[in-house]
Design a protein around this ligand. Structure first.
Ligand code: AGP
Length: 615
């Protein structure tokens, strides 16, 4: 997720771009750049680092320019954070500048074609192909709007794009496809941005573009059209938010915004990696090929906290789909014992931040012992990403809330892709099962999009009933045992309630002593889980018979479970392999609502840091 800003009007363009970027920094902050006009033509300046670094570096250059101008703050997805990978990107003649937020899925083939036709690339990014495609189209049309339209007809993927051309300083061209883009309207001036906060210093009159929209921005107004060339109208709206609300997209907290962003995060993590027709998994962007997995005897998942819970889910999936032994270890334990790791081991290190000290130490130990190391990381260019032998990135975008939500479900998505990939490679996964799972996985973003707003009010009401309780037990079996651990971690880390996740089969081995009227139990009991479901019902009866309240999460329409439980949260039926993706989200919402009701600092809980870079 990156942030783009653009301006055409009489204000000092540099200050508009920098102020706009400052308000978009939460969208990405590993590198930044601007482009505007000077007497010599396009002036481009980019830095690796934050907006402040860009600001200071520009101030030293003492350059002032005029509109049109574009700015970009980057959250790297393709190509390490660096000056040359920072946006804007230019064509061969340095007359066209583009800034982009999104992922161009077919950029490698486009890049090969363009190189073959003599274009010269300077970056490793997917974005740069756009500048050269527009360059070629301009040679035919000499019209910027038509050139951008023709260029985009060649492109597959997601983009919020802005383009300027040194020979046409009175226009900015923009386009939107699955990445947000909003236009701001002023008197004789026009703005563009990835998100509303960047427009608020100058205007509250905005036009939200839709997927497939293109727009030609001039001082006197807009001309909107579609990829097929037809004209389209979009009405303007007045924004009621203040800047702080706008940065959270109108949500009260980043954590809630990020819970609601999970369909998009999963969609972006799947993008280009799972073919809807063939169900083929494509991990080429991670440079993964069959020989990376040659004579593999064992997989080790190693991580901390929520990422460790993703590894625990991975054990169930990889052992069942790829029929390979899997161990899961806390990085802080792995690094201090002498784990049985060698060149036949694949160590999968999972980390949102890519900077967790224990996980990094575990990575180094595994590599030193000869293991192949695969990273599942959210931050491109982070230490773990750089030191792993290969990385499959979660494209969750920056996760600001300390409690991990969208990164976790994105990690689960990558692990499912890995299980499908290895299942096929090792011929342990029947094609029809692979196709069914792939089809269901592709539907998860849409199903979550539907589920979240529906189940949120249910959990808000439950939190009103339970927020004063001081102890909770979370129970799950099989692949939902790690989800019980994750649900308990979410509750404890943001509401400070003591919550313990447990394998439900362990009840008789101790935890049942805890059960009493003011100790609620959260039980995860989907009816589709067969014998596991029957066993969960017994556990729920054990709790209820000792007057313990039970909040059951189960399959919609399961009246039997509803009758047994104190409270029942209905979820849609799904295959067991996808239970974690569906059951985690309501537990996140429950923890969120409990923390809000208890007046806790949801985004920055006490004593916690977003990335634990020390032991
Ligand atoms: C999760 O909500 C916590 N913030 C924490 O457990 C986190 O998952 C853990 O510190 C690991 O962080 P990482 O994924 O960045 O390595």
């Amino acid at each position: 997720m990156c942030g783009i800003i653009g301006y055409l009007g009489e204000r000092p363009v540099k200050s508009v771009l920098l102020e706009g970027l400052r308000r978009l920094e939460y969208r990405g902050y590993d590198s930044a750049g601007v482009v505007f006009f000077t007497a010599e033509g396009l002036f481009v300046h980019r830095v690796k680092g934050k907006i402040l670094d860009l600001d200071e570096s520009l101030a030293r250059l003492e350059v002032s320019g005029k509109a049109p101008g574009l700015g970009h703050t980057r959250w790297a997805t393709h190509g390490e954070p660096s000056e040359r990978n920072a946006h804007p990107h230019l064509d061969c003649r340095k007359e066209i500048a583009v800034v982009h937020n999104g992922i161009i899925e077919n950029y490698q083939s486009l890049r090969r074609e363009l190189l073959a036709r003599g274009h010269r690339f300077v970056s490793e990014t997917d974005t740069e192909v756009l500048a050269h495609l527009v360059e070629e189209a301009l040679e035919e049309t000499q019209d910027l709007a038509e050139a951008v339209r023709r260029a985009l007809l060649r492109v597959k993927g997601a983009y919020a794009l802005a383009v300027i051309w040194s020979r046409d300083p009175e226009r900015i061209l923009v386009a939107r496809q699955q990445s947000p883009l909003v236009l701001g309207l002023g008197e004789g001036e026009v703005f563009l941005a990835s998100d509303v906060p960047a427009l608020l210093p100058w205007t509250k009159k905005v036009v939200f573009l839709e997927d497939g929209d293109l727009a030609e921005l001039r001082r006197e107004g807009l001309h909107l059209f579609r990829l097929d060339g037809s004209t389209v109208k979009r009405s303007s709206q007045e924004i009621a938010w203040d800047a702080s609300q706008a940065e959270k997209g109108g949500f009260p907290h980043f954590m809630l915004k990020e819970i609601y962003e999970q369909p998009e995060a999963i969609r972006n993590t799947l993008r280009g990696r799972l073919d809807p027709e063939s169900s083929q998994v494509n991990l080429d962007d991670a440079e993964l090929s069959p020989d990376f997995f040659k004579n593999l005897q064992k997989i080790f998942f190693v991580a901390c906290g929520t990422s460790y819970h993703a590894g625990l889910v991975g054990k169930y999936l990889l052992e069942d789909l790829a029929r390979i032994p899997v161990e899961v270890d806390l990085a802080s334990e792995f690094r201090y014992r002498d784990p049985l790791v060698d060149e036949r081991t694949l160590a999968v290190v999972i980390s949102q931040s890519g900077e967790t000290a224990d996980t990094l130490a575990a990575l180094r130990l595994a590599a030193q012992k000869g293991a192949r190391v695969l990273g599942i990381v959210n931050v491109l260019g982070s230490t773990i990403a750089r030191e792993a032998h290969r990385v499959v990135y979660t494209h969750a975008g920056p996760e600001i809330g300390v409690a991990s939500t969208k990164a976790f479900t994105s990690q689960l998505t990558v692990i499912l892709l890995l299980a499908l990939y290895l299942g096929e490679l090792r011929e342990s996964l029947p094609p029809e099962r692979a196709q069914r799972l792939a089809a269901e996985l592709l539907q998860v973003p849409g199903r979550l999009q539907e589920l979240i707003p529906k189940v949120h009010p249910v959990l808000r009401r439950l939190s009103e009933r339970y927020f004063r309780r001081e102890n909770f037990l979370y129970l799950g079996r099989h692949i939902l045992f790690p989800v019980a651990l994750e649900g308990a971690l979410k509750l404890k880390e943001i509401s400070y309630i003591h919550a313990e996740g447990y394998a439900a089969g362990e009840m008789k081995h101790g935890p049942i002593a805890l059960i009493e009227e003011n100790v609620p139990t959260v039980a995860l009991a989907p009816r589709e889980s067969g014998v596991i479901y029957e066993k969960m019902l017994s556990n729920i009866e054990e709790v209820r018979s000792r007057r313990g309240p039970v909040i059951a999460f189960g399959t919609q329409g399961d009246t039997h479970l509803a009758g047994l439980a104190t409270d029942f949260v209905e979820l849609p039926p799904t295959s067991w392999e996808l239970f974690p993706l569906l059951y985690t989200v309501p537990l996140q919402l429950f923890a969120y609502e409990m923390a809000v009701r208890r007046g806790c600092d949801v985004d920055q809980p006490r004593n916690l840091a977003k990335s634990v870079t020390v032991e």
